[in-house]
Write a protein that binds this ligand. Structure first.
Ligand code: FMN
Length: 277
């Protein structure tokens, strides 16, 4: 079986989990390709099983991923898939899975399974929540604790793909109430993006290295003489805030809260940096 996972990862946690899943699938004798949606033009016909993976942002999957799915043509034959969602707090993926299931159903893509795992909280304000999350247990999820979960999920996928191929597909239950909650959460995003969570730049710290502009998944940052300029197309993923090596980009509401950049090398390796416009 060849698995192709189309993913978005703003700060590297979703990617770190997928790398564990890829390793588990390969150990079980199956190929797995991880494709960042920023780089993908469409789906490869080569993959037998598809994956769609995203962090959870205000109870919703990332817009970069949902836009990618919307642009896909309807597949001629039904194609099997799974969803992977990485949230900062366990259980807060809400109806993200239903949002993706709806979009994928329109493209004749059948969702067989969902993987939900916890990643380090990347929202500087929400990062406070980790101190109150039972069992959070430290920094840097996903980590060694998540490997067994990935292995189990890889085995489950192999079974489900086998059943799908022999004409006995199983699909996930659909939870419309949770989808409503997700839509409510996601509707806050544009408002928060423009107000409390508008970006700020500390010009004394900024070295104008341009990493923020290069890593922005939607090309919403350009560099001026004075430093980064943020455009309206920003989707609020906070990749720039968390990954600036100087900690020069902040949010209006949480300038003093902590942020992290430890997964920069992982992301740099996974994403061929685009040419700056
Ligand atoms: C704007 C924003 C909103 C977020 N909203 C949620 C949320 O509603 N629930 C949650 O559990 N985590 C939330 N998070 C945390 C991320 O889902 C989490 O940190 C995830 O590990 C990020 O994955 P990544 O490193 O692959 O981007 C949010 C993060 C950001 C930046």
């Amino acid at each position: 079986m060849e698995v192709g996972v189309y993913y978005f990862s703003a700060t590297g946690n979703t990617l770190a989990g997928l790398l564990m899943l890829k390793q588990a699938l390969e150990e079980l004798g199956h190929a797995c390709e991880l494709v960042p949606v920023e780089k993908a033009c469409g789906l490869s016909g080569q993959h037998d099983l598809l994956g769609f993976a995203s962090p959870v942002f205000y109870g919703q999957p990332a817009k970069v991923l949902t836009d990618f799915i919307r642009r896909l043509p309807r597949q001629e034959k039904p194609r099997p898939a799974f969803i992977a969602l990485c949230s900062g707090v366990k259980g807060s993926a809400l109806g993200s899975r239903e949002i993706l299931m709806d979009l994928l159903a329109n493209k004749n893509i059948w969702v067989l399974a969902e993987l939900a795992f916890v990643g380090e909280e990347s929202h500087p304000l929400l990062r406070r929540l980790r101190y109150y999350t039972p069992g959070y247990g430290g920094d840097g999820r996903p980590d060694a604790r998540d490997k067994a979960v990935m292995r189990c999920f890889a085995e489950k996928l192999i079974g489900l793909y086998g059943a799908f191929s022999s004409g006995k597909p199983t699909t996930l239950p659909y939870r419309s109430a949770l989808k409503c909650l997700s839509l409510l959460g996601g509707s806050l995003m544009p408002l928060l993006n423009r107000s409390l969570f508008a970006k700020t730049v500390d010009v004394d710290k900024c070295t104008k290295c341009g990493l923020c502009a290069l890593l922005c998944p939607v090309d919403a940052i350009s560099l001026s003489e004075a430093g980064p300029v943020f455009h309206a197309s920003c989707t609020g993923c906070l990749r720039c805030v968390n990954l600036c090596p100087e900690g020069a980009i902040g949010l209006r509401a949480s300038e003093k809260l902590d942020r992290y950049n430890r997964r920069v090398p992982l992301l740099r390796e996974a994403i061929t940096l685009p040419t700056r416009r």
